[in-house]
Design a protein around this ligand. Structure first.
Ligand code: ADP
Length: 573
């Protein structure tokens, strides 16, 4: 490992010990040196004081030659330099040199201090002996008056030699202590880093998915607690991980046992995951492949685009000739999306059987109904007044049945065949025609029926003119049927990418809860009213189908007792 924790701790200790050692060494040497010089100064001062009476007597008697001999002898005995200086600075005697040759000493710092304070000392270079020296001077007084100075000095070389020895010893002590400290630091670093290194190794195991950690840290401090907590955490993680694995397994079992084909795609449309049903249907599927390699439907591509814009989409699509209900939903914050395909072939078959049955039954009913109607008309002239009332009831019910059969046949015709051929349709003339057809019926009911054309030239769209006419007939028929007073308006206007036809009335309106159901087959709001008007509950369902066939859209706005408005949007192309 490049940066080991042990090295880091030890290196820090090492630097601290080194700096401390240097500081202790420098500081203690300075203290010892100062103390040593102070002691020397005091020794030299005592020597000078001891010499004072003898020297004073020589000076008083002006026996300078004897004084010089005396200091020379004493100087060599005490291994110091002794100088006697007059109050004016003249050297009377000196243990190292001939006083006659020596310059005036009046301005020497120790002499100046001695005169001023009664004692002076200095460390400086001696011009006389050309060496560095330590000087100590005291004044000699007669009747309270300074008459000379006794100066005792030592060669600094000797002091330094002593100090060097001391330095060596100090260095040895500091190095020895530092070494001991380093050994201690080494042990402390090892002791601190060992459990951390052990912990690090165990975490690596966890990172690799192995939760069987063994940590043996027998300590009462925070590191011990860390180790204990870590072991506990690993155990909990192990339980959680196993739980998660189990749940994942369960989930994947559920997903793979689903009959719906499920595939998860990334935002680039590459396959990230698919279940067994998806593979069964699409064969050899590989993760990472683009989904278009397997599903080449145009509707599917549009659905994916819509899903990417954020909406959950659900639509019928045909893949390899089979119908599927396809739902696409974005998951994971727009980074993945899930496609669920449900095979609806069986459902479609059933629906077809149902539709075929309705269509066949309606067909079969049509002939006998026509026959019944014919005979009813013949019978009408043959029966009595009372019989005619009964015949009237039979005729109304036969008409209702015929209406239902016709509506059912229209509906199944639209569902089965759709629009066989799209031609140019003049929407304006269809609407005019429908309004014209109902004009009389509206007037009979006391209603105004108007076509409000908001387009200057005729509106043309592509489609089936008969089916469109049927749709508007149904809408206007309803409007008149469910309006007792007021008016019915048919409005045509141009809107973006198509035309809008609004059939509005001032009739009874539709309750809010029924609005979303009125396009269902056979749904009627008020059964008795619808029946009495000859309604079948199929009219709006036919309208919706026709509008959808033209890629249009129908919306309703209604308020009870105020009226309803059906808006049909039809695209231009
Ligand atoms: P019906 O043959 O009964 O009219 P529809 O499918 O045409 O069947 O309409 C379904 C129901 O919607 C009707 O029973 C009626 O209650 C309601 N409805 C349709 N058009 C209107 C309208 N213009 N005003 C009020 N109710 C309406």
């Amino acid at each position: 490992m490049k940066d080991s924790i042990f090295l880091k701790i030890f290196l820090n200790f090492f630097i601290i010990i080194l700096l401390l050692a240097l500081f202790v060494f420098a500081f203690s040497f300075r203290v010892v040196k100062n103390h040593y010089i102070k002691t020397l100064v005091s020794d030299l001062k005592n020597l000078a004081i001891t010499l004072s009476p003898e020297v004073l007597s020589f000076v008083e008697k002006e026996r300078f030659k004897s004084l010089d001999d005396f200091v020379k002898r004493l100087g060599s005995e005490t291994d110091t330099r002794i100088t006697i200086v007059s109050v004016k600075g003249r050297v009377f005697a000196d243990s190292k040199k001939d006083p006659a040759l020596m310059e005036n000493h009046r301005n020497r710092p120790e002499i100046i201090d001695a005169l001023k304070n009664g004692f002076g000392y200095s460390i400086r270079f001696s011009k006389t002996v050309k060496k560095e020296m330590l000087y100590v001077a005291i004044p000699l007084k007669k009747s309270g008056k300074v008459i000379a100075f006794v100066r005792v000095s030592l060669f600094l070389r000797d002091i330094n030699r002593l100090l060097d020895k001391l330095k060596g010893r100090l260095l040895f002590i500091v190095v020895a202590i530092s070494l001991l400290a380093l050994i201690f630091a080494f042990l402390v670093s090892k002791n601190l880093s060992k459990p951390i290194v052990e912990l690090a190794k165990e975490t690596e195991k966890i990172a690799e998915g192995n939760f069987n950690v063994k940590i043996d840290i027998k300590r009462d401090d925070e590191i011990g607690l860390l180790g204990k907590n870590f072991v506990e955490m690993a155990e909990k993680l192990k339980v959680l991980f196993n739980d998660l694995k189990l749940k994942q397994q369960e989930l994947s079992n559920i997903i793979s046992s689903l009959s719906e084909a499920i595939v998860v795609l990334d935002i680039e449309d590459c396959i990230l995951f698919f279940n067994k049903a998806f593979r069964t249907f699409f064969g050899n599927v590989r993760k990472g492949d683009k989904i278009y390699q397997y599903i080449r439907s145009h509707t599917f591509l549009n659905l994916i685009d819509e899903a990417k814009k954020g909406s959950t989409t659900l639509k019928e699509i045909v893949i390899k000739g089979k119908p599927f209900l396809c739902s696409i939903a974005i998951v994971d914050e727009n980074r993945e999306y899930i496609v669920v395909l449900r095979d609806i072939s069986e459902f479609k078959n059933l629906e077809k059987i149902k539709k075929d049955f309705v269509s066949n039954a309606s067909h079969e009913l049509r002939t006998p109904l026509t026959a019944i109607k014919g005979y009813l008309e013949t019978l009408e002239d043959e029966v009595s007044e009372q019989g005619r009332t009964f015949l009237d009831i039979v005729r109304r019910n036969t008409d209702r049945l015929t209406n239902i059969v016709n509506d059912l046949l229209t509906l199944s015709g639209i569902e089965d065949r759709g629009i066989e051929e799209r031609v140019d349709v003049n929407l304006t003339s269809i609407l005019k025609n429908v309004v014209f057809l109902f004009k009389q019926r509206a007037e009979e009911k006391g209603l105004s029926l108007e076509f409000k054309n908001r387009i200057e030239s005729d509106a043309f769209i592509k489609g089936d003119p008969f089916k469109l006419e049927q749709a508007f007939i149904n809408l206007v028929d309803n409007a008149i049927k469910y309006t007792d007073k007021g008016k019915v308006d048919v409005l045509l206007e141009k809107v973006e990418r198509g035309f809008l036809v609004k059939v509005s009335d001032t009739g009874i309106g539709i309750p809010e809860k029924s609005i979303e159901r009125i396009f269902e087959r056979f749904y009627v709001v008020d059964k008795s009213r619808s029946k009495s008007m000859g309604g079948t509950g199929l009219g709006l369902s036919i309208v919706k189908h026709i509008v959808m066939l033209h890629n249009g859209d129908i919306k309703v706005n209604s308020k009870l007792q105020e009226g309803s408005s059906f808006s049909v949007f039809l695209p231009e192309k």
